[in-house]
Design a protein around this ligand. Sequence first.
Ligand code: KIV
Ligand code: ZN
Length: 392
Amino acid sequence: MGRKIWVFDTTLRDGEQVPGAKLNLYEKVEIAQQLKKLGVDIIEAGFPASSQGDFDAVKAVAQKVGNTNDIMITALARAVQADIDSVYNAVKYAENPMIHMVLGTSDIHVEKKFSKSKDQILQIGVDAVKYAKTLLPQVQYSTEDASRSDFEYLWKTIEAVMKAGATMINVPDTVGFAEPEEFGAMIYKLNDRMKNLNDSVLLSVHCHNDLGMATANTLAAIKNGADKVECTINGIGERAGNAALEEVVMALKTRSSVYNAETRINTKEIMNTSRLVSSFMGLDVQVNKAITGDNAFAHSSGIHQDGLLKSRDAYEIVHPEDVGLDDMELVLTARSGRHAVKNALEKLGFSNLATDEFEGVFEGFLKLADAKKEVYDHDLYVIVENYYEKHD
Ligand code: KIV
Ligand code: ZN
């Protein structure tokens, strides 16, 4: 058994920040139900202070999905009393509610965004945590833009909010600026100091994908002691998105000897969740997206198809059944060899073709594949039929 990694899903908050991806209350609750089935530990259901509609949706998620003890429901607040009240009033219906607040720690945020001193921002954070703790026992503090912050100021903030009662510290790479080795080293140092101060406080990371490194940075953080990861389904989220839940989870499972860490995600629910999110949000999944893309388990090269039919391990490191798909897909093209075509014919029930019959059908297949690029099951029926018509 590896170390437990908590999975915090923010599809309904950071994911919903994707332009055009607005969900109604019913869709939010449906997705939250599916996330619960998937086995996430925490659902961030929205940003209730942003609108009445979002407040109502977060409240509905807390009531309908947060009604059991095996899941925590949270929502986002800025470090101001009105936002914190709004989160509290929406999530308090859950069995296990949490307030999540965010305040920047980088010089850019402190000086340019807030026009305040570092000491003033730190005090605002501490006061906000103390206030949130009067409402709920579970409070997460996010140090926005942590990866571009002065390390000693970042630590001073974390130390102060931990002393004020924060139960989870989330370290965001808000603009996807981090690089895995550097981010891992930062998490290592923070983890060391945090565990010395209070080892019951969870260290979390939240990585964005602006340079395509969200998953790599998240995994580097896990290697260096992070207890919790924030992710979204299909990696959706602000700008280039967030670390994709399915990539992080399947990397931990597939390379378990490297990470020695595990989640409680039921990986067989990954495809169902991906499709539900994609269809409700109207966001297509990139075809070559790792794990959930249409081509993630499709093999088209003849050499690969032949190898796979001999041993799936030859070209398959994640098994499609493990993420809830029926089987790998062999896409028949002009580059598919005899082995793949024979296999497809057998699956359709043509298992007793004599050698000359098969060669005739294969010739018909190559002609069609040249003309049409991809050959499907219904095409194979026609090819076989044509062959027999000519040779009757
Ligand atoms: O990217 C970010 O910093 C965030 C915080 C609210 C955690 O989304
Ligand atoms: Zn974010």
